[in-house]
Design a protein. Structure first.
Ligand code: CIR
Length: 265
């Protein structure tokens, strides 16, 4: 049989002109330079494109300050996509446009209304799914995700997260079977079946890294963690993210990346 050609899609969203009113949990509010944030975001999208993605940017919503952080609104698996129920009420209006975009590519399930779950709390490593229990994601949200994923054969477990917004603020997949984590925020023993590399001391935010096409995208400014990853033989590319970091956003937060068969485009 001929191999099926695939396209890698990255869904992104413009930055809301209201980003100054973003949700903040662990950081003190500081001014965000909207023009600089937009330049950095465009450069991020260009990096995704250079690494093989077809970038589909959804329009920003002036009434949704955090809409650029599309990761929190949905989870895309090979078999289905799950539309989340964000823990912050201000963010619930972000999901419908993302659901419309994803419906072209995947069957949709939804997190049930008795729980909350942010995509940033979900780390997918092969068929293992780790869900961080945080101010945004609760047990009922995790149980709803487990029900949606069970028929497709994913195994879900929950873990505690301390001192950061989301699980993926403190843990990322950087290679098959290899996680980058901040051990001050998540317990490494929760990932017993995986090889783990820890961020360098004082470089906690480096733990939110984005693996794409064999390259690890790392926020700029974390040289010691970069060296640790390179010592593991990984190709690392720095991405400037300082403005959106003031809104507690990292590199994974700004895209939903998945493969589609050519016929589904
Ligand atoms: C929020 O608090 O919801 C936004 N200001 C930041 C969301 C970042 N998203 C993510 O880590 N997945």
């Amino acid at each position: 049989m001929a191999p099926v050609a695939t396209t890698r899609v990255a869904i992104t969203r413009g930055i809301s002109p209201a980003i100054a009113d973003c949700e903040l949990t662990h950081l003190t509010r500081t001014p965000i330079d909207l023009d600089a944030a937009r330049r950095q975001h465009a450069a991020y999208e260009a990096t995704l494109a250079a690494l093989g993605c077809r970038v589909e940017r959804l329009e920003a919503d002036p009434a949704a300050p955090d809409c650029v952080f599309v990761e929190d609104t949905a989870l895309v698996f090979e078999e289905l996509a799950v539309i989340t129920r964000p823990g912050a009420v201000s963010r619930r209006r972000e999901t419908p446009p993302v659901a419309t975009a994803l419906a072209r590519y995947r069957r949709l399930e939804h997190i049930a209304a008795d729980g909350t779950l942010d995509g940033g709390d979900v780390l997918v490593a092969g068929r293992r799914v780790f869900v961080g229990l945080t101010a945004r994601t609760d047990e009922a949200g995790a149980a709803s995700l487990a029900r949606a994923l069970d028929p497709a054969g994913y195994t879900l477990s929950t873990l505690a997260v301390d001192g950061v917004l989301h699980l993926k603020s403190a843990a990322s997949v950087v290679a098959p079977g290899l996680l980058l984590i901040d051990p001050e925020c998540v317990d490494p023993t929760a990932f017993a079946d995986f090889d783990v590399v820890t961020v360098a001391p004082g470089e906690g935010p480096a733990a939110n890294a984005l693996r794409l096409a064999g390259t690890v995208l790392l926020s700029a400014g974390f040289p010691a963690t970069r060296r640790k990853l390179e010592e593991r033989g990984l190709a690392v590319r720095s991405v400037e993210n300082a403005e959106l970091a003031k809104a507690e956003g990292g590199l994974t937060c700004c895209s939903l990346i998945f493969d589609v068969a050519e016929s589904a485009r």
